[in-house]
Design a binder for this molecule. Structure first.
Ligand code: NAX
Length: 338
């Protein structure tokens, strides 16, 4: 298959051109935190100008206009331009980065399959528009749920853009896992290395500590196996529901923070640290090619690479297999859109 020249910038610090960034769902909760952090230079650094495009559906475009007014009122020094659009076709013209946050929430009595079909159409259209008009080096991060399968659809709908340009966000799951482990061990979350959350951003997700360590000490040596298997894994997966229960609405600032972490590490690298990236599978660890799957990854030279060659126990294999199953089932529904 022919792809565009997909040259991702190897050293973003040498690049002084403005960055065109599109955020969909710009009138929503996550965007309200995310936009300011992008505009503050947290991804591309303090010397790159940012041109923002705020994309919304027609019913909510007025809200996005209000957000644009507030961005303008913030007099942020890096912001070059702010555009608001309700046109999917125009939203991604020249985009170097796209945060696909906007999605339809699950309605009353709606099944996961109905949700997939409704959102699938959104991501099909957005994938096509990205294919037609995004910049060659575009990085697409899908946040809107079901994030992995939405990214699967967008990638499939954009045959001229290489799959390496499409990720789904599982960094929030990763950050939640790192923070819970850190609290349990009495260390800073940054001290936890070698952690990954495999699979789907759903109940089946598998936060894996097999290679996690603090310094040179394996985390497993300091943890009770029963706590890890029976409490920790499920608590990470259910953390979103726990936040809704306590806060009264879904994770927004922490999701925006994770989106910033993900894009920053994609652009600037991770210095050898593992992070969790849901990327388009090339068959790594037996995951079907094309599925968008959470893997341990490192960021180098403007790209993420899956950490390969890890020995897996039967326990790990079973957990990974459950995620392959769930994503296969979602992909089967998504494939009906094409
Ligand atoms: P909100 O409902 O506050 O905002 C979503 C916005 O998207 C709305 O303003 C809506 O009008 C807009 N929208 C819908 N379809 C659109 C389209 N085709 N083009 C442009 N805009 C569109 O939700 P928010 O709290 O911001 O969450 C957004 C999405 O993130 C949801 O799908 C949510 O489930 C998902 N999340 C994903 C997470 C992850 O870890 N991957 C964690 C946080 C969050 O739950």
């Amino acid at each position: 298959m022919e792809h565009r020249d997909n040259s991702l910038h190897a050293d973003p610090t040498l690049d002084t051109s403005p960055v065109n960034v599109t955020v969909t769902g710009a009138g929503g909760n996550i965007a309200y935190s995310l936009l300011w952090r992008i505009a503050a230079g947290e991804v591309w650094g303090p010397s790159r100008r940012i041109n923002l495009t705020l994309a919304e559906i027609p019913q909510a475009v007025r809200v996005a206009e209000g957000v644009a007014m507030e961005l303008s009122d913030s007099a942020l020094p890096l912001v070059g331009s702010i555009n608001v659009t309700d046109s999917t076709e125009r939203a991604f013209e020249g985009a170097n980065a796209a945060f696909l946050v906007g999605a339809k929430p699950r309605g009353k009595g709606e099944s996961r399959e109905d949700l997939l079909a409704a959102n699938g159409r959104i991501f099909l259209e957005q994938g096509r528009a990205l294919n037609n008009s995004a910049a060659e080096d575009v990085r697409v991060l899908v946040v809107g749920n079901p994030a992995n399968t939405n990214a699967y659809i967008a990638n499939k709908a954009a045959p001229d853009i290489a799959p390496e340009h499409f990720n789904a966000m599982m960094r929030l799951d990763h950050n939640r896992a790192a923070s819970m482990l850190a609290a349990k061990l009495g260390v800073a979350s940054a001290a936890i290395e070698g952690l990954a959350v495999w699979g789907n951003h759903a109940d089946t997700q598998f936060p894996d500590i097999a290679h996690a360590r603090v310094g040179t000490e394996p985390v497993r040596d300091r943890l009770d196996e029963v706590w890890y298997v029976d409490e920790f894994i499920g608590r990470v997966a259910r953390r979103g529901a726990e936040i809704i229960d306590v806060r009264g609405s879904s994770s927004a600032a922490s999701a925006a923070s994770a989106a910033i972490d993900h894009m920053r590490d994609w652009v600037r690298g991770t210095g050898g640290r593992w992070v969790t990236v849901a990327s388009v599978s090339h068959g790594e660890y037996g995951v079907d090619e094309g599925l968008v799957f959470g893997f341990p990854a490192v960021g180098v030279n403007g790209r993420f690479s899956v950490v390969e060659g890890l020995e897996l126990s039967d326990f790990q294999r079973q957990r990974i297999a459950a995620n392959i199953e769930s994503l296969r089932a979602e992909a089967a529904v998504a494939d009906r859109l094409f």
